[in-house]
Ligand binder design. Structure first.
Ligand SMILES: [Cu+2]
Length: 175
């Protein structure tokens, strides 16, 4: 996937810690509001939650909207830099979030074979929406983790991510 294919981006992830009164256990919660590239057109919201336990899975839920209907694959990544509110320009999000300098891969690959920010592909339906609900144990919300995705960006690309399995020279770098 080349940079020119960047299409949707979200704003800075805003996080807060919610203290549940019933369990008295902290839960980390992050929110990402996506927008079409260089536009105020909303593209949905994602919520990330994680128990206050380092290494526990992060649940990612939400609905993306205003995608191209029936477009099967959009690479879905955490990129390095958060973007200031109102400045939703994909080209300023930097490369994939890759704190361990690993090769590009799939969400289901081990940390040695994927970037922390590699979250695979998503699928838009006939209305241009995509319902997201999965867990990932490699991305983290804790600020103490070097895998923390706080203050990064989520980028949804127009094109399919080859998950590091393609024959292109940049397959193992960006997909
Ligand atoms: Cu990307």
């Amino acid at each position: 996937m080349r940079f020119v294919s960047l299409y949707y981006v979200l704003s800075v992830i805003i996080f807060f810690i919610d203290v549940s009164s019933s369990f008295e256990m902290k839960t980390w919660v992050a929110r990402a509001d996506l927008h079409a590239d260089s536009s105020s057109l909303p593209a949905g919201t994602l919520i990330f939650t994680q128990a206050d336990f380092l290494g526990s899975p992060v649940r990612v839920t939400g609905t993306l909207i205003n995608l191209i209907p029936n477009t099967k694959y959009h690479g879905f990544h955490v990129h390095m830099f958060g973007l200031p509110n109102g400045e939703w320009n994909c080209s300023k999000a930097g490369d994939h979030w890759n704190p361990y300098s690993t090769i590009h891969g799939d969400r289901y690959d081990s940390i040695e074979r994927r970037h922390v920010g590699d979250l695979g592909n998503i699928w838009s339906d006939q209305f241009g929406s995509a319902i997201i609900d999965f867990e990932d144990s490699i991305i983290q919300l804790h600020t103490t983790s070097s895998s923390s995705i706080l203050d990064k960006s989520i980028v949804v690309h127009k094109d399919e991510d080859d998950l590091g399995r393609g024959m292109y020279s940049d397959s193992k770098i960006t997909g």
